[in-house]
Design a binder for this molecule. Sequence first.
Ligand code: PMP
Length: 356
Amino acid sequence: MKKHNFTAGPCILAPSVIENLSNAVKDFDGQGLSLVEVSHREKAYEAVHMEALSLFKELLNIPDGYKVVFLGGGASLQFCMIPFNLMNKKSAYLETGVWASKALKEAKLFGEVVTVASSADKNFSYYPKGYSIPKDADYFHITTNNTIYGTEIHEDMDCPVTLIADMSSDIFSRPVDVKKYGMIYGGAQKNLAPAGVTFVVVREDLLGKVDRKIPTMLDYRTHIKEDSMFNTPPVFAIYAMRETLRWVKSIGGVAKMFEMNKAKANLLYNEIDRNTMFQGTAAKEDRSLMNVCFVMTDKFKEKEADFMTFAKENGMVGIKGHRSVGGFRASLYNALPIESVQALVDCMKEFEKKNA
Ligand code: PMP
């Protein structure tokens, strides 16, 4: 039976990416050696690495003055690297979920942190609005897509101070006006690659302004200077990212991805709103295009386990909601075909017919 992969991350990648990656693991560049057993300093790997960096810049339309770096440590390491490199005395954070809270906690190690607004009062089911950002903060940190709760900010906001965004779960899902941000970062294990590589896009003139000493490995300038080859890069994940970026380009770039993602999300949200057995958990205007969270309506609460079983029998994978929200979460990352969303919608319709 065909599997429909709605996993939240690591998650579905395009079939051509998996195919080319597995071929490279067996025989990289016709050398009779695996991608994972050759030197990262050799020409064939270097070409992959540099192409991944340049496609990243090209497809996200990154202006001059910004640098792209690939690092290890996940988005979670960035939670401390950001204040280490960019915060002198004060920073501001928007608390929109667990990941934002974790970022904020690390910043407190380096000085004063202002939480400008929080949606914790309603279990992070909406994106806060109408707050003010302190003008003397070194930066303002947001999480553009909240993977666990299915909320997303749908604009590149104007910000009076340097704007920093965790885009782990919506990078490359839509065009981004990069010049509105001082820095964009995330783990690549959603729309770009398997786990193991973290991307950072940073405006270079922001660096080198803090008073503290920064250990070499934690200093963005080290990695910029060495084209993300200061130490051994995660070659497997970077190869997969190069393949994903080629795939994105071949389909029509991020504008096309955005169009496809809107169509997929609309299909599922429309069914959630129509079906008498289900309801969405996120505020409608803040609904994420990437992670769709929904539960059974009160009347049908006791049917939750039955729907999970029914969906599983029909090939749905990874739709269990995060424990802090419950219910279901269908992640509709770039590589998920609309046919899979249709299969889930059909399942919901069928379940309603049988049970409501
Ligand atoms: N930020 C967001 C929005 C995430 O979804 C995640 C992981 N799911 C993280 C940060 C943490 O990423 P990592 O596991 O790469 O440290």
